[in-house]
Design a protein. Structure first.
Length: 247
């Protein structure tokens, strides 16, 4: 009676090849760790970090052993390629962890360029705005919890809400007394003084803020000098506006 054959051809490769591939995986991981320790000195600074790293190497050894010895066939080119892929993934993740602050700053800068109206906090007491294509500085803020788009306007003496924005935050614009007059580019404008519970631009937040609601329609609300004077300094460098505030 002939010997029954399975669906796979007999594996005529020597077990030594599997062992060498497994050792290669471990050696590659160790070399990668040594290189990373040279590139990022001080990242493994105490016994806890060393224990965590050793645990990772042990887990890698068991996982790689399961992969190498759990397959019926092994191809050296495919195995070497997979080793390089995993080493590359490890290097990218480790590099991302080591440079997380720089990557966060890059992401914020990229968002600022793509959406100039969103303020970026560059440090604990500084916000940065990027110039819009039209040459103005806009910023999304919050008034009484409602989102409001402001134009930074050094020519405006006050914080001015458009009628549409005032309605959205719950102000009855028809009940206001428009007894204030302003000189604008289009002539004399009328406004009504109101106090809002909160006004926030990024991490800058003030309570019980006096603002003016414009009687005529406006394309956007204005952040004028009454807001800018609350800043420690306001600087324009190239295409960016820096707001430093007093804590």
């Amino acid at each position: 009676m002939s010997e029954q054959k399975g669906p796979w051809p007999p594996d005529d490769r020597k077990p030594r090849i599997r062992l060498l591939v497994w050792i290669g995986l471990i050696v590659a991981a160790v070399i990668g760790l040594v290189v990373l320790s040279k590139l990022f000195p001080g990242q493994v600074s105490d016994d806890y970090d060393k224990a965590y790293l050793l645990r990772g190497v042990i887990v890698l050894a068991f996982v790689s052993a399961g992969i190498v010895y759990g397959t019926r066939r092994i191809h050296l080119k495919a195995a070497f390629r997979n080793v390089l892929i995993w080493v590359g993934i490890f290097v990218v993740l480790a590099g991302g962890y080591a440079y997380q602050d720089e990557l966060r700053a890059f992401g914020l800068r990229l968002r600022s360029e793509l959406i100039p109206s969103y303020a970026v906090q560059s440090n604990p007491d500084e916000l940065v705005l990027t110039e819009s294509p039209g040459g103005n500085f806009y910023v999304f803020g919050s008034v009484d919890g409602q989102s409001v788009k402001f134009l930074i306007d050094t020519g405006a003496s006050e914080i001015v809400l458009s009628p549409a924005d005032a309605l959205r935050i719950g102000i009855d614009i028809n009940a206001l007394d428009y007894d204030r007059t302003y000189q604008t580019a289009n002539g004399i404008g009328l406004g009504a003084n109101v106090t809002v519970r909160s006004l926030a631009i990024g991490t800058i937040e003030f309570s019980d803020v006096s603002v003016s609601v414009n009687k005529a329609q406006m394309s956007e609300s204005l952040l004028g000098m009454t807001f800018l004077r609350r800043m420690a300094s306001v600087e324009i460098r190239g295409r960016q506006l820096f707001l430093h505030w007093r804590k």
